[in-house]
Design a protein around this ligand. Structure first.
Ligand SMILES: C[S@@+](CC[C@H](N)C(=O)[O-])C[C@H]1O[C@@H](n2cnc3c(N)ncnc32)[C@H](O)[C@@H]1O
Length: 266
C-alpha cells in the first residue's frame, strides 16, 4: 500500500468490520496494565488511533505501529501520533533476526494476505509474543485484489514494474486450498491455542470506481510506476475488474477471517 491519503478515503467499506473485529479482540483477550502492543501492518495509522489507542490508554499500555511501507509510516507519524505510540518502518517478518522488545499483544488488521509466506509471519508472531500473549488478526481470504495483482504482474505492459508480485499473494491462492484450514493449521503448528476463528465478509459498495481506487492505493508497486502512467494503470485495472464481473465474480465482496490466538503461558 503506497497511497495513504487515497487508502484512508476509500476504505470506509472496512469500517463495520473493524468495529466488530476490535470489539471482539477487546472482549476475548485478557487485559493488564503496562503492556506493550504491536500493530503489525498499521498502514496509515487511523485504525491504530481509533481502535487500539483507547484500549492502550484504558490499560496504561504502549503501542508500536510497524509497517513495511515508509510512506505509510510517515503518514501515520504526521496524522496519528500520540503519547505512548511509536511508529517504525520495517519488515519484521523477512528480516533475518528480530531485535527489539517482546509484546503482550499483537494486532494485525487486513495484513496477512499480503504475505506469501504467511506461516513465517505466524512463527514470527509466536516468537515475539510473551508467554500468555495474544494475537488478534483479520485477513482477506478471497477477493479481487489477488487477481488484479496477478493480471497486472503477468501483463506485458506492467510486468516490468511489478517484479516479485508473487510475494504479495498468499500461498493458499496459488495452491487453490482452503484458507481457513491453512490458517488454523499454521497457528496450531506454531504452538498457538486458538481462542476463536471465524469467517467474515467485507462489502465494498457497488461502484467500481472507488473500489478501483482502493485497490490501487493498496498496490505495493504503485510508487514504482511513473506518475504519468498511473491513469493508464487505473484504466487497465478497471478493465480487469469489468472482465471479472463478466465472468460473474462479485468484485465488491471480499471474504475473510478474524482470529484470536494465544501463546501458552508456559
Ligand atoms: C490493507 S492495509 C491495512 C493497514 C492497517 N492495518 C489498517 O487497518 O488500515 C495492509 C498494510 O500491510 C502492510 N504490509 C504488507 N506486508 C507487510 C509486512 N511484511 N510487514 C509489515 N507490513 C506489511 C502494507 O504496507 C499495508 O500498509
Amino acid at each position: 500500500m503506497q497511497d495513504p491519503e487515497s487508502y484512508e478515503s476509500t476504505k470506509t467499506g472496512n469500517d463495520p468490520v473493524a468495529v466488530e473485529a476490535f470489539s471482539k479482540f477487546a472482549s476475548k483477550m485478557e487485559w493488564s496494565p503496562n503492556e506493550l502492543y504491536l500493530d503489525f501492518g498499521c498502514g496509515a495509522g487511523s485504525n491504530l488511533y481509533t481502535y487500539l489507542l483507547p484500549l492502550a490508554k484504558k490499560n496504561t499500555s504502549k503501542i508500536h505501529g510497524v509497517d513495511i511501507s515508509s510512506v505509510m509510516i510517515d503518514h501515520a507519524r504526521k496524522h496519528f501520533s500520540s503519547e505512548g505510540v511509536q511508529y517504525f518502518a520495517r519488515d519484521m517478518i523477512h528480516e533475518k533476526e528480530f531485535t527489539g522488545e517482546e509484546y503482550d499483544k499483537i494486532f494485525s488488521y487486513h495484513v496477512l494476505h499480503w504475505i506469501k509466506d504467511y506461516e513465517l509471519a505466524m512463527k514470527r508472531f509466536y516468537d515475539i509474543l510473551k508467554p500468555g500473549g495474544f494475537v488478534g488478526a483479520t485477513l482477506v481470504t478471497m477477493g479481487p485484489q489477488f487477481w488484479m495483482l496477478q493480471n497486472l504482474g503477468q501483463s506485458e505492459k506492467w510486468r516490468g514494474y511489478c517484479k516479485g508480485y508473487e510475494n504479495y499473494i498468499p500461498k493458499w491462492i496459488d495452491a487453490g486450498s482452503d484458507a481457513e484450514d491453512n490458517i488454523e493449521k499454521s497457528l496450531l503448528n506454531c504452538g498457538f491455542e486458538i481462542v476463536s476463528l471465524e469467517k467474515i465478509v467485507l462489502k465494498h459498495g457497488s461502484d467500481i470506481e472507488p473500489l478501483m481506487d482502493l485497490l490501487l492505493s493498496l498496490n505495493p508497486f504503485l510508487n514504482e510506476i511513473p506518475a504519468h502512467l498511473r491513469n493508464d494503470l487505473r484504466n487497465d485495472g478497471l478493465d480487469i475488474l469489468k472482465k471479472m464481473q463478466n465472468d460473474k465474480l462479485d468484485v465488491y465482496r471480499h471474504d475473510g477471517l478474524c482470529f484470536i490466538a494465544r501463546k501458552p503461558k508456559c
